[in-house]
Design a protein around this ligand. Structure first.
Ligand code: RB5
Length: 153
């Protein structure tokens, strides 16, 4: 799979570990940074990864910040992006089976490395279940369309 990855300073060390794991598993990784622990701003990286997935330049995206919250808030602003903040393997599995999540958000300050890698593995290996969940994903797209065509206050 082609995977876009991004992190802020708080997620940088875990990003490097995940990148190494992904490459070992035979995935192609597009790294949008950041490239050190120097303080930066998570929306900048969420934007690049979300755009890469939205435009089909990557199959999936993975974003890491301190909690994963800022990354998920930002990535979910992009139509077509279903970013899931997961703190365990069950959430990772369900985010694929039921929500067809295309971006995984992780919090480096919340997870240990082993758990984070296990979440990534489950998330990449689990397919979308389809069936009754197709209708719900379609409803999300319709809501996105409706919300994006409204003028902001
Ligand atoms: C950075 O201190 C922290 O706010 C950021 O990594 C993230 O947790 C935001 O949601």
């Amino acid at each position: 799979m082609k995977i876009a990855i991004g992190a802020d300073h708080a997620g940088y060390p875990l990003k490097e570990k995940i990148k190494e794991f992904l490459m070992k598993e035979g995935h192609e990784v597009i790294d949008f940074g950041t490239h050190s622990t120097e303080s930066t701003h998570y929306p900048l990286f969420a934007k690049e990864v979300a755009k890469a997935v939205q435009e089909g330049k990557a199959d999936r995206g993975i974003l890491i910040c301190g909690t994963g919250i800022g990354m998920s808030i930002t990535a979910n602003k992009f139509p077509g992006i279903r970013a899931a903040l997961c703190t365990n393997e069950y959430m990772a599995r369900m985010s694929r089976l039921h929500n067809n999540a295309n971006v995984l958000c992780l919090g480096e300050r919340v997870l240990g490395v082993e758990l984070a890698l296990s979440i990534v593995k489950v998330w990449l290996e689990t397919p979308f279940e389809g069936g009754r969940h197709e209708k719900r994903i379609k409803l999300i797209s319709e809501i996105e369309h409706e919300a994006c065509s409204k003028d902001l206050p």
